[in-house]
Design a protein around this ligand. Structure first.
Ligand code: R5P
Length: 304
């Protein structure tokens, strides 16, 4: 981290961006946005004098999740405008932090005729010639291969585990909602102690309708169960895993995800399925952002 670094807080990361600047001990600048009558968005970096950016190392923090104040398309365009603006003002180095990377789940072709849009997002970022890119628990890290400069996928597991431990959870079993999440859950389980068991349900999603079917009976009698996923979107995956965990005898159930988007009636689905708590991070500014990513992101930025 250079003494002359400045952090720019994006519209979608007002809390997390400010926290990261504080952790790093660098000054921050905010962004101003509006939407024109035709729907086009507008963004400016809140500077009176553009020369403050010239020759500086600039850290841009902008998550790209949907919220009441903007959808992911707006967020991505705001990010591109932030990059363009600091580049035009003469930034010497541009470091981009995207805590939640939108479209990351569209990284595979499930049906003929689809776009592998996650890969294109990375290629677009590549063309902006930013110097470094940091994301957090991106859906499938392989997508970062599309970015030719330095990229880092930051792991939030330790921070989430510390929070769950602070709630007094004991006799923990970590449950992955599907086989694909097992590897990550195994690493997550280690944060609760070397021998913390991990199990998983068998999940299938209809590629046409998006409907989920999940099955399995696990040994969870009187256990505190931590169900861990990278994203909670509609809450369908999490709610089904909670119901099955409860049927398998779970005592408490903690529903955790790095990126708790909580779309539609996700909160209701998850809580009515029997979750004791929904735990997300401040990659998404919402009421379940119990865990801050500021420290772990700042640690990675300091390492450079
Ligand atoms: C899927 O592969 C992801 O890891 C999540 O399980 C999924 O995005 C959750 O979506 P929803 O909350 O809509 O079931």
């Amino acid at each position: 981290m250079k003494e002359s670094s400045i952090l720019i807080v994006g519209p979608a990361s007002q809390i997390l961006g400010t926290r990261i600047a504080k952790e790093l001990g660098v000054p921050s600048l905010n962004t101003e946005t509006k939407t024109f009558p035709d729907g086009e968005i507008y963004l400016r970096i809140d500077v009176e004098d553009e020369s403050v950016i010239k020759g500086k190392e600039i850290i841009l923090v902008q998550s790209t999740g949907p919220s009441s104040s903007g959808n992911q398309n707006d967020r991505l365009f705001e990010l591109l405008m932030m990059i363009d603006s600091v580049k035009r003002m003469g930034a010497a180095k541009i470091i981009v932090v995207i805590p939640y990377l939108a479209y990351a789940r569209q990284d595979k072709i499930f049906r003929p005729g689809e776009s592998q849009f996650a890969n294109l997002i990375l290629r677009v970022l590549n063309t902006t010639k930013i110097d470094e890119l940091y994301v957090v628990d991106v859906h499938a890290p392989e997508v970062l291969k599309e970015f030719s400069r330095k990229s880092v996928n930051i792991d939030s597991m330790k921070a989430i585990a510390e929070y769950i431990k602070s709630l007094g959870a004991k006799d923990i079993v970590v449950v992955a909602p599907d086989k694909g999440a097992v590897e990550r859950s195994q690493e997550f389980a280690k944060c609760f102690g070397e021998n913390t068991p991990v199990d998983f349900f068998d999940k299938k999603r209809d590629v046409k309708t998006g409907e989920i079917t999940m099955s399995g009976t696990l040994s969870l009698k009187n256990k505190d169960v931590v169900i861990s996923d990278d994203i909670i979107a509609t809450g369908g995956t999490m709610a089904t895993a909670i119901k099955l965990s409860k049927q398998s005898g779970a005592k408490k159930v903690y529903a955790t995800a790095t990126h708790a988007l909580l779309l539609q009636n996700a909160k209701y689905r998850i809580l009515s399925a029997g979750a004791d708590e929904i735990i997300g991070t401040d990659s998404i500014d919402n009421e379940v952002a119990r865990v801050s990513l500021a420290k772990v992101i700042a640690e990675h930025l300091k390492k450079k």
